[in-house]
Structure formats: C-alpha cells, structure tokens
Write a protein that binds this ligand. Sequence first.
Ligand code: ZN
Length: 451
Amino acid sequence: MNIELKQILDSGKADFEAIANDIWDHPETRYKESYASSLQEHFMEQHGFTVEKGIGGIATAFKAVSGSGKPVIGFLGEFDALPGLSQTADQPSYAPLSEGAPGHGCGHNLLGTGCMEAACTIATYLKRHHLPGTVIYFGCPAEESGAGKAFMVREGCFDGVDFALAWHPSPHNALMSHSLANVRIIFSFHGKSAHAAGAPQSGRSALDACELTNVGVQYLREHVISSARMHSAYLNAGGDAPNVIPAEASILYALRAPKQSQVKELIERVSDVARGAALMTGTKVDIKVVSAYADTVSVPAMNQLMLAEMHDVLPLDYTEEELAYARQFADPELLKEGAPVIDSTVTDDDSHDGGGSTDVGDVSWIVPTGGVSITTMANGTPGHSWCLTAQGKSSIAHKGMHAAALVLAEAAEKLFTDSELGAEIKADFVKVKGHEKYEKLLPDSAKPGDF
Ligand SMILES: [Zn+2]
C-alpha cells in the first residue's frame, strides 16, 4: 500500500463524509443537481482546483483541474438521486422522509464524493513530489436516465484525457461489470378525438396505437437476439375518460443489447413496429431518441491494475456494531446460504454482466477507463431501492467510499509514474475495440434535460 497516499486521504476523511451526507440530505434528480454541484465546485475551489462550471452546455456539469502536463487523468463523479426513493437514514423498514420524494437509492452521494476524495488525494501527492500530470475531477450530472456523460462526450468534455477512473457503490468488491448499450425512445402518437359511443368512426385512437406497438414488440421478442431487453412505460395513456377517444398518447421505450450496433438495429425495428401501429390506427407518430448509453469497453491491462489496487486496499474490517447494523438490511436468503452479512472479499472474475447500463460506457469508448464496484452496504441490498437509500450515511458506506478513493488514487499514482504501464493500457484499449466504433446513438437534436 502507498502509505503516503493513505495518510493524505486519512487526514481529510471527515470533510468528505460531511459532503456525502450533505448530498444525501439534498437529493436531486437528473439535471437538477444544483445543490450538489455547487457544494462540490466550492469545495474543489477551496482545495486549490481551477473549476470550470457548466461544461458541455449543462448547468450542473463541471470540471475541477489541478496540476499540468501529461498524463491527464479524469475522475468520473456523479451526484444525482432517483425519483421516489426517499427513506429515513438507517431505517430497515420502509419509512420515506417525504412520500414520493427522491432519494439516493443508487449511492451517488458516495460515488461523486469518493471520486473527489481520490482526485484531491492524488493532486496533493503530485504537488508534494513535484510530479508532472493533470488531475481532473468531472462533476457528471444525470447518470440515471439522462445519460449526462453521453452528452458530455458529444460536446468534447473528455477530449485530451488519457485515462478515466470511476467506481460505484455496491454490495460487492469487484471490477465494474460489463454494461449494456441502452437507448430511450419516446413514441408520441397523434390521433383524433371523438365521442367514443356517439361517433367512434370519426375518432383515431392514439392509445390504440400505443397498445398495438406493445403487442408488436411482444411478437418481435422472438426474432431479436436473446440478450436484447425491451421495456416500456406509458408517459401519457390518453387521459381518464373512456367516453373520449384519446387523441394523444405516448410511450417510452428502453432498448438494450450488449453492443451499440445491436441497439441501433433494435431502434429501427421497434420504430417500424410503431410506424405500423400508426398505419393501422390512422394516427401519426413522432419518434424521438432522448438518451443513449454505450456499452463499456473493458481493457484487460487496466482491469489488472484496478484488481491489484483493490487487493491492496481490501478487504476491510467491520465492527460488531456494523455487522449488526448490516444484518437488518441483508437478504435473509443469502445469509441462510452462509453468505457474509457484509461481503468484503474481492471478486477476481471480470466477466460478469451486470445487465444494467451506465454512461461511464460512453466515456470508455473515448478514453481507457478503469472502474470498480466497492462494498458500501449490506449483502443482497437491491440496487435502486429505499433499502439502499437507508444505508447511504452509515459508517459502512463511508468506509467503502474511502476505500474506493484509495483504490482510485493508487491506480492514478501508478498511471502518473509508470509510463510503460500507461502505454500498455493504451495499446490494449486500441486492440480491444478492434473494428468496433463508438456509435452515434444520440441524435444532434437530443438535448440534455429534454427528458
Ligand atoms: Zn448508479
């Protein structure tokens, strides 16, 4: 372990715990993270970083820069909350602080703050040793549903960055799992309203068009790759009057597949289904891609580095109080099978597929990216749940955040000081991508915050 990095990190722990708690106390959903981004911007300025606000044309996106020269290492921070996941801290039964309000059910209060802690730690280290290199902390909004980093990539925010580092709070210690490419499309149907009983022949139902789209997609499932995922939610079900033929209705689709090229094909095929539904119902359809996520490029040499640093820092020790706390939240089925209450081992297998999507994927196509999942919660805590929100201010969460920051800071130290390692990772990055390109799934017309 790099004792000096650990000492630098240990001296500032309390500040970062306070920031993570403050963001937990002020949950903000995608593109509305003004409290969190201001708090972090202010802290980074105080810490000697030069802060550029509103990058990529996004009000809550920013970068904080320290040092100069090559290499340039970017830390990918997030701070958005999820709608409807409000929960009282440390409560193991459902008890929202405010019914229907957002909450940090994905742990991004820890995610962004831990990345900031890593950036501050390595920046101090570089200064002390008069080492060249640039540290950038990226405040990245709207990871949840808004694909903030995909827009930031489109606007060139990560150009010139040599390596990117990221982590995610988790019930396990492992390399960040492979994520699926994902696109969100809104199909808005426009028909004609009429008295549903008196003059149905005059009406054209937008709701029927949505329903026929769903039926068509059910039949489509049999004829797409088995790893494709197609899910929908009504945005407008046409109102609440059964005696009025709905003139307007819209439905949101999330289409996922392992590769961007496969998602591109799904977009075309599902759009054809929607066009067919419009034709069948005599309605018109507007098709709008509102956000898109790339799959992640996994670079073996980078993964080796991240795994080595995880083994260096982990496992952590937990007190009896922490184990008792976690037992209230852990999945009883897992415990019955003999699984630990807090999983502090490091999983070496780097092939597992998380099934979800992240906009870290977009950055990973432009910049070689290392990512880890670090334990911050009880074993079996479901992702995107109030149960996860509840544990976001615990000592287990804080311990995990500091461990993640140390893993990232140590990896950065190697990348700053070992140019051969850097060259090996860059060569691996080119090799792994092969002929695959970063697909332009986001149309130019899509704007951050449209959705
Ligand atoms: Zn997340």
